[in-house]
Ligand binder design. Structure first.
Ligand code: KIV
Ligand code: ZN
Length: 511
């Protein structure tokens, strides 16, 4: 029988941890629902001790998700573990994932702990977690730079104390495929009791090797892969879920393994995560980039026409790509909108549906053809603005050759009060942002600004993604869409500012 590789998704924990990717509560719930639909085995929903917001999100996800296991992360500290347990408690299937670094570098400089003390801590904390719930995962952080003999000892203690999954992280993305494969092979050879537990891997992409390292580990006996949608995560990111899943599927002849992920849900999940985090997927990104299935060169096109397999190893449809399918227009009613939203996988509340329908009607007045991408943008605007402190009331700009760019902006706060400001700038967007700054009063630096068309055609909506940095050096991303590019620019900026105002100050822990 073909063995199954468990897919452990950490988009909502390691992915959300990366600078600028912070998600609000509703956004996390929407992603969790889609991850379950995608078929991931385990959803690492967050780090509950980090903030009350993180706790609440993990707890709500635990109530919502039925098929996937819901996991909460904890340091090897009693309070963290207890909090993680309380957060995942309502889940049908729950897991606590606790970690403690085992490399001398981390022990000496970060934890200020001896090797002997670390072994005692692992024993006590894994046992404590096990007293709360059955499914326990233990990670020796920075495993790939740990002394193997000490690591084997730590892993044996974790197994004896009740861990059922041992996750081997390449925390700083330092390893290489042959080395990491051998590392896993040696763990299987040298750790007593390892045959009774699942070996998992968690690779970072600092050298661009996270997927290759994960697959090398799988070839050597790892049976769980930790990954994130679009590969988002700390620094250069984590192992990309879609790449691992499609490599295992496309090269089933080589790996002889399968996953429970439904490939047709991959593209939709990627879009949702990109829209909600504001992290744009590069066009050349494997599997989900906009060019991943495009064939521009004449030689390739000729080959494809003669026989698709000459240049294509996967079909775009396999991962759920449906390009710009025209769905609705000005005369489409509520029922048609609801039906298409369901097909697109958006589970909206009645209130969200009402608001999205209003937005849809306004858009249909401006734009003849409404594509799936437009609907996604509408929903994303709705989800991110629902609980926002500031919303756009009106935007007026004057600009052009020989004119001094000016903007007049009106914003509405959550109490319903409207504030207006005027400002000049180097261009209409700069003037608009400067007027917004006068109203909101946050001191930030604009780090990135990127504009794309949501769909095809001259009347397409624009989507703007920004990254801003606070005086304290924290980075936030924002995204907004509109048929008017200046309005889209203001919406995305405000989306990022609203995340700062939501005040999601987190516990500062180095993972
Ligand atoms: O990268 C890492 O080591 C982690 C652990 C918490 C698993 O994210
Ligand atoms: Zn990590």
């Amino acid at each position: 029988m073909t063995e199954t590789i468990k897919i452990f998704d950490t988009t909502l924990r390691d992915g959300e941890q990366c600078p600028g990717a912070s998600l609000n509560h509703d956004e996390k719930l929407k992603i969790a629902a889609q991850l379950e639909k995608l078929g991931v085995d385990i959803i690492e929903a967050g780090f509950p001790i980090a903030s009350p917001d993180d706790f609440r999100a993990v707890n709500e996800i635990a109530k919502l998700v039925k098929k996937s296991t819901v996991c909460g992360l904890a340091r090897a500290i009693e309070k963290d573990i207890q909090t993680a347990f309380e957060a995942v408690k309502p889940a049908k299937k729950k897991r606590i994932h606790l970690f403690l670094a085992t490399s001398d570098m981390h022990l000496k400089y970060k934890l200020k702990m001896s090797r002997a003390e670390a072994l005692v801590r692992i024993k006590e904390m894994v046992s404590f977690a096990k007293s709360l719930t059955a499914d326990i995962e233990f990670s020796p952080e920075d495993a790939s730079r740990s002394d193997p003999k000490f690591l084997y000892q730590a892993l044996e203690i974790a197994i004896r104390s009740g861990a059922q999954t041992l996750n081997i992280p390449d925390t700083v993305g330092y390893s290489t495929p042959t080395e990491f494969g051998n590392f896993i092979k040696n763990i299987r050879k040298n750790v007593r009791g390892i045959k009774d537990v699942v070996i998992s891997v968690h690779c970072h992409d600092d050298l661009g090797l996270a997927v290759a390292n994960s697959l090398a580990a799988v070839e050597n006996g790892a049976r769980q892969v930790e990954c994130t949608v679009n590969g988002i995560g700390e620094r250069a990111g984590n192992t990309s879920l879609e790449e691992v899943v499609m490599a295992l599927k496309t090269r089933q002849d080589f790996f002889k393994l399968k996953t429970n992920v439904k490939p047709k849900e991959i593209f939709r999940t990627s879009r949702l995560v990109s829209s909600l985090t504001g992290f744009v997927v590069p066009p050349n990104k494997a599997i989900v980039g906009s060019n991943a299935f495009a064939h521009e060169s004449g030689i390739h096109q000729h080959g494809i026409l003669a026989k698709r397999e000459t240049y294509e190893i996967m079909k775009a449809e396999d991962v759920g790509v449906e390009r710009n399918r025209l769905v609705l227009g000005k005369h489409s009613g509520r029922a048609a909108l609801i039906a298409r939203m369901n097909e697109l996988g958006f589970k909206l509340t009645q209130n969200e549906l009402d608001k999205t329908f209003e937005r849809f009607k306004l858009l249909a007045d401006k734009k003849k053809e409404i594509f799936d991408e437009d609907l996604e943008a509408l929903v994303v605007n709705e989800i991110s603005e629902a609980t926002a402190e500031w919303k756009v009331e009106s935007v007026e700009v004057t600009a052009g050759t020989g004119k001094k760019p000016r903007a007049e902006i009106a914003l509405r706060n959550s109490a319903g009060k409207i504030f207006k400001q005027k400002s000049g700038g180097t261009g209409p967007v700069d003037a608009a942002y400067s007027a917004v700054n006068k109203i909101v009063g946050e001191k930030v630096k604009l780090l990135e600004f990127r504009m794309d068309a949501v769909s095809e055609g001259i009347d397409a909506q624009a989507t703007v993604a920004v990254k801003i940095e606070t005086a304290q050096g924290r980075i936030y991303s924002g995204k907004g869409s509109h048929t008017d590019i200046v309005v889209a620019s203001v919406k995305s900026y405000l989306n990022a500012l609203n995340k700062i105002i939501a005040g999601k100050e987190r516990l500062k822990v180095v993972l």
